[in-house]
Design a protein around this ligand. Structure first.
Ligand code: ADE
Length: 286
């Protein structure tokens, strides 16, 4: 997988050379390159932002600089591009523009139905606090892409025509929020998505089983049961006795019960979205 990241602070991504992600790059599973957006500016100040049209606080990232950078990285020759007719890209109501993220359909407010599969070609991803939530299903789908290009916004964000324009050029463009809070820029959000995606690459994990057992994975997005290690008594605290019984069937049942109970208590929203036909008779007794 080839990953390009565009940012005005590319140094944020120096850490991608560490730990398992660093090893994955050494093994040739993934190549990560961080680019400085200012390298595509032409003025002495290397400016990437301007005041918002219509007024308001802060600055918005300019489309021209982004377009030069993205055309370059995506190998698009602006001379051969079809321009959206006037108005098409500018006057789009919100819902229509968002429908470009066509692999997702809103089921009900705040809940996205996820069918995020990836086709051939690069996927262009912008973190955005006002976008649908990034989920494990998105990470799984994106781990099958050959090429990901992440664009990190700063200030009050990027000009809304950037994603619209690249969608109009046939690029798979996605915008994601990583949670209901606002960060200073997209860099941390990209780091989160990057890690969630790359750890799913075949060969990334020493033990691929550790991915299969995790929270949010599979058809039943249950929170994981709690784990313990030795010593079995520590500072007066024991571990559930059944875990030391050696009876794997009982241990599995215990863990599953705990996962269902914890999910109902901590994340009832996940239970509400679960396909209950996957629950067995013993689950239903809980
Ligand atoms: N940029 C700022 N806040 C963000 C968030 N919560 N998710 C994605 N991108 C962001």
């Amino acid at each position: 997988m080839q990953i390009d990241i565009i940012s005005v602070f590319p140094e944020y991504f120096d850490v991608t050379g560490l730990s398992l992600l660093g090893k994955a790059q050494e093994k040739g599973l993934v190549t990560i390159k961080a680019h400085n957006l200012r390298d595509w500016t032409h003025d002495v100040h290397h400016s990437v932002d301007s005041t918002p049209v219509g007024g308001g606080a802060g600055m918005v990232m300019k489309p021209e600089v982004w377009a030069e950078c993205l055309d370059d990285l995506l190998g698009l020759d602006p001379a051969n591009l079809t321009m959206p007719s006037d108005g098409e890209a500018t006057a789009q109501p919100d819902a229509e523009a968002d429908a470009g993220q066509s692999n997702r359909n809103t089921v009900e407010a705040g809940q996205e139905h996820v069918n995020p599969s990836v086709e051939d070609g690069p996927v262009l991803i912008f973190p955005n606090p006002s976008a649908p939530l990034f989920t494990q299903a998105d990470a799984t789908a994106l781990s099958h892409a050959d090429r990901l290009v992440f664009g990190c916004g700063r200030y009050e964000g990027y000009d809304a025509r950037i994603p619209t324009y690249y969608r109009s050029q046939g690029i798979d463009v996605r915008e994601y929020s990583i949670g209901d809070y606002v960060l200073n820029g997209g860099e941390v959000a990209v780091s989160v998505m990057l890690e969630a995606i790359t750890r799913l690459l075949p060969g990334f994990m020493g033990n691929p089983e550790s991915i299969v057992q995790e929270s949010y994975t599979g058809d039943e997005p249950l929170l994981e049961y709690r784990q313990y290690t030795r010593p079995t008594t520590w500072r007066g605290l024991g571990v559930p006795e059944i875990l030391t019984s050696g009876d794997h069937g009982k241990v599995d049942r215990f863990r599953r019960d705990e996962a269902i109970r914890r999910t109902s208590r901590i994340r009832p929203d996940l239970v509400a979205r679960m396909d209950c036909s996957s629950l067995d008779k013993q689950d239903r007794r809980l």
